[in-house]
Design a protein around this ligand. Structure first.
Ligand SMILES: NC(=O)c1ccc[n+]([C@@H]2O[C@H](COP(=O)([O-])OP(=O)(O)OC[C@H]3O[C@@H](n4cnc5c(N)ncnc54)[C@H](OP(=O)(O)O)[C@@H]3O)[C@@H](O)[C@H]2O)c1
Length: 406
């Protein structure tokens, strides 16, 4: 891709008018605003960025709708955005509003097309998201505001019914577990249910647990803050409070480089990718969900002994760095909880060296690991957790015992 920007101006330096050419040669005017008095005659560079995002997603949506044989009469995408205060000012929040009309539009299909563009295909959206912009969707179909995640309020109604019929009768309250499609998270859902928790599994990939005390997987991708908002709002609307939050989601390296990414070869793209999930995603979603926790809730952040000096190695450097950051976040959060005289317990936890997709050479099974995690959550352990708020609990695979270490 290659473009060229040419200056139109005659009165240097007042004149902020340009025209831009793309490879095909078509021109588009671009105009800056030189002081409050000056008049802008064309989009500014930043407006072009927003126009780029709106048109990129519009192309995705309209082309997918066509494939789904939906007849659209009118379609607009509006985009608003707020910027940071300090130069260089970047977009920190944005709302993309999709407005469609059509006589026989099938809501579920329209939602599906927008969902795919929003979460997966729109490249300009992904670029802005990677710069830290929190982009929220808003959808109107035939002038009616529709919820992207729960268009007919079906999930909300189902969740309310599940809570009334099963959830609220579970002695240990409601556990929200994030990252439950496989590995430790998936097995932990079953174990928590057996121990008396009503379980809300959440993640970017769903798994059907087929158990009445376990709700259907909720869509939550920790790298996308609006998906945590969606889960939080569902809990607020249904008045469900969480007694146990397990942050289990994690990745070991990037999708681009399969195995180890070592410190001196690390590109910033790789570094950001792993931090997006293991650090920013975990911290953002934990902070966002604090308001739906019960007063004496427990919060577990699944960490790793790879964050410890005694396990030092130059290999898998980003993973180690991220888990170390998480351990420190847990300490900081616990200190704040104590300072605010709150009753929440928060701790980091190493589940052992567990054979999973993330660690194919793990020494123990998910069964053993999750059985041990249940031990630490047992009532007779509760005081230990409370008295050790902010600590790092380690399951020692060799010694078959729990220890605390920072
Ligand atoms: N296995 C070990 O020996 C070991 C040791 C120490 C710590 N841990 C930690 O234990 C946790 C679970 O690991 P595992 O071994 O069970 O790994 P795993 O089998 O690879 O499972 C990872 C889980 O995290 C989910 N996930 C990844 N990115 C996500 C995102 N952006 N949003 C929501 N969910 C996301 C995955 O969902 P998808 O299916 O959608 O990818 C999957 O369900 C991780 O935090 C890991 O660092 C593991």
């Amino acid at each position: 891709m290659k473009i060229k920007v040419n200056w139109y101006g005659k009165e240097y330096p007042q004149d902020w008018e340009f025209f831009a050419e793309c490879e095909e040669g078509k021109n588009i005017d671009i105009s800056g605003k030189n002081g409050s008095e000056s008049k802008k005659t064309a989009p500014s560079p930043k407006e072009l960025v927003l126009q780029g995002m709106a048109s990129c997603t519009a192309i995705d949506v309209i082309s997918t709708l066509k494939k789904m044989r939906q007849v659209v009469e009118s379609f607009t995408v509006e985009c608003s955005a707020a910027q940071t205060e300090i130069h260089p000012k970047i977009f920190k929040e944005s709302t993309l509003t999709y407005k469609l009309t059509g006589k026989n539009l099938e809501i579920e299909k329209v939602i599906h097309c927008i969902f795919l563009s929003f979460t997966k295909y729109c490249g300009v959206h992904a670029i802005l998201e990677k710069s830290g912009c929190n982009i929220k969707p808003q959808i109107f179909i035939n002038d009616k505001l529709i919820d992207l995640w729960d268009p007919q309020n079906k999930t909300q109604i189902k969740l309310q019914e599940w809570y009334e019929n099963f959830g609220k009768n579970c002695s240990k309250g409601v556990a929200l577990v994030i990252g439950t499609s496989r590995g430790i998270g998936k097995e932990l859902v079953f174990k928590l249910e057996k121990e008396g928790y009503a379980v809300l599994p959440a993640g970017r990939t769903s798994f059907n647990f087929e158990n009445e005390n376990i709700f259907d997987s909720l869509f939550l991708d920790i790298t996308k803050p609006y998906t945590t908002d969606y889960v939080k709002n569902l809990l607020i609307k249904t008045k469900i409070k969480i007694s146990l939050l397990v942050q289990n989601a994690g990745i070991s390296s990037t999708d681009l480089v399969q195995d180890d990414v070592n410190a001196l070869q690390l590109t910033m793209h790789e570094l950001r990718h792993v931090y997006d999930t293991n650090v920013f995603g975990i911290i953002e979603s934990t902070n966002n969900l604090i308001s739906v926790l019960e007063a004496s809730a427990k919060v577990i952040l699944v960490s790793s002994t790879m964050a410890l000096r005694e396990r030092d190695s130059f290999l898998t450097s980003v993973y180690r760095m991220t888990k170390r950051t998480i351990n420190q976040y847990v300490r900081q959060a616990a200190m704040q909880i104590t300072h605010e005289q709150r009753d929440v317990s928060i701790f980091a936890l190493h589940p052992g060296s567990v054979k999973t997709d993330l660690n194919p050479s793990g020494k123990i099974s998910v069964e053993e690991s999750t059985t041990q995690i249940m031990e630490i959550l047992a009532d007779n352990f509760a005081l230990n957790l409370k008295n050790n708020n902010g600590e790092f609990w380690i399951y020692d695979t060799e010694a078959k015992t729990w220890k605390i270490k920072f």
